[in-house]
Design a protein. Structure first.
Length: 468
């Protein structure tokens, strides 16, 4: 009875732990693009790293703010010397006036103990900077801009994850469509090959060995394309799994073999370039880098200014000798003062430091201008590519219909022995070329649109449905 209960409990536990994995496997059987992006934003390690970058920047900002607080430290020391600290009195001869005249007296030389050989000290020290020449404020600004840079980097990571997931998803659909196209033509050519072989073996004058060999070559070509696109489809799904942040051996099946349609905002070249300047995360990062270098100039300039601080300490002294300088009066003491550090000459180090900071600031400004020019050129190029893909898609759709009709009629005509086998094989190749061009144009249309959305900082497509 006890063994039966144990078996039932083990079976229930196995069923309980198997449910999540079954549900996860079911979730990826018909994977939509939105599901892929949502999963990627939840699991992709790049996004997790970017959030830790924000946490690091936040802590560095708090570290910079700590300069506005006083610093408090405790110092303690115990020491034993080889002997007591003494003072040698050299002796003294003095004249004491009296009614009878001056009376000369002499104080002999002597050794006096100032402190014992065992000495313990403790001090509580406080330092509060009053004036730093702008150094604290410049460090605070740099740290604050560092937080903003980390947040812009996290937004860029999100956009990169979305773009990569879209890119692999579109590539998965393209390779699947090309694989199925090759499979369709492979089966059709196999039927034609078998028919040609039967006619050739039967001694018919409608087909000869050359016709049969040509059909075999066409079948081999179609089979090689099917094998290649099947392998590429599996590789694309593996890349999609990596982008989604799921286990490498997870089986994926795309929800549809048709390319998804996106409600992209209509935009002009000028509007797209303006959006890129405003929302592109790389441009935002460089804009913040310019501000960081401006604050760096302030920090370098502070090297010429004096530093003023309020200092205070509470001291305690303990000695093995209760007297001398370690008497009861001197055991407890406190101090309060103002410290000044005025740089006078440092070998022109401060001047060169400021010059280097100004050069960094100028360099970041030039880098920002260079990036803006590159963004404008990239936006223009992507819009041209989208327009090209749209036109090729329209042309390819018409051409694919014509090629399909031509192939169907050519097969029928070949079966009726009204056209040679070359025309039938050529019709297959023409349809394969036209449909593959159509699929590539549809793929490029979505790919360039997704790339443009990445460059525009997610302003082109509706990314609001994805968690941030």
């Amino acid at each position: 009875m006890r063994k039966t209960k144990t078996q039932i409990l083990a079976a229930l536990l196995c069923l309980l732990f198997s449910l999540p994995s079954q549900a996860a496997a079911e979730y990826f059987k018909r994977l939509t693009l939105d599901q892929a992006i949502t999963t990627a934003l939840r699991n992709n390690r790049i996004r997790m790293v970017s959030h830790y970058e924000i946490a690091i920047a936040e802590e560095q900002y708090q570290q910079a703010l700590s300069a506005y607080w006083p610093s408090l430290s405790l110092q303690a020391q115990l020491q034993r010397k080889d002997e007591d600290t003494t003072y040698s009195f050299p002796g003294l001869q003095a004249a004491i006036p009296t009614p009878a005249g001056n009376l000369t007296t002499r104080v002999p030389e002597s050794q006096m103990i100032l402190a014992g050989r065992d000495l313990g000290t403790a001090s509580l020290n406080l330092t509060y900077p009053i004036y730093t020449g702008g150094q604290r404020n410049s460090l605070r600004k740099q740290a604050r801009f560092g937080v903003d840079i980390a947040k812009a980097g996290a937004r860029r990571a999100d956009l990169q994850v979305i773009y990569d997931t879209r890119r692999y998803y579109y590539a998965g659909i393209l390779t699947a469509k090309l694989r199925d196209l090759a499979w369709e033509h492979l089966n059709s050519l196999k039927v034609t090959r078998d028919l040609t072989y039967a006619l050739y073996q039967g001694g018919s004058l409608k087909a000869n060995k050359i016709d049969y060999l040509r059909t075999e070559i066409a079948v081999s070509v179609a089979e090689s394309f099917h094998t290649e696109f099947s392998a590429r489809h599996k590789a694309t799904l593996a890349a999609l799994s990596q982008s989604m942040g799921i286990h490498w051996d997870t089986e994926l099946t795309l929800a549809s073999k048709q390319f998804p349609q996106h409600a992209a905002k209509s935009t002009t070249l000028e509007q797209a370039i303006n959006d890129a300047m405003r929302f592109n995360p790389d441009n935002e990062i460089l804009h913040l880098a310019v501000k960081v270098n401006e604050a760096g100039i302030e920090e370098a300039r502070s090297s010429f200014s004096p530093k003023i601080a309020l200092t205070s300490s509470i001291n305690y002294l303990e000695s093995s000798f209760d007297g001398g300088v370690t008497n009861g009066t001197n055991r407890n003491s406190w101090t309060l003062g103002i410290a000044l550090n005025m740089p006078l000459f440092d070998g022109f180090s401060s001047r060169h430091k400021e010059s280097a900071a100004r050069a960094k600031h100028t360099r970041s400004q030039e880098q920002k201008l260079l990036l803006e020019q590159g963004l404008a050129a990239q936006v223009k190029s992507l819009l041209l590519e989208i327009d090209r893909a749209n036109k090729l898609s329209d042309i390819g759709a018409k051409g694919a219909d014509f090629a399909a009709d031509n192939r169907r009629l050519s097969v029928m005509a070949y079966q009726q022995n009204t056209v040679p086998v070359d025309d039938m094989i050529e019709a297959h190749l023409q349809e394969a070329i036209m449909k593959s061009n159509l699929f590539r144009a549809q793929h490029d249309q979505l790919l360039y649109t997704a790339n443009l959305d990445f460059v525009l900082g997610g302003q082109l497509l509706n990314n609001g449905v994805y968690p941030r």
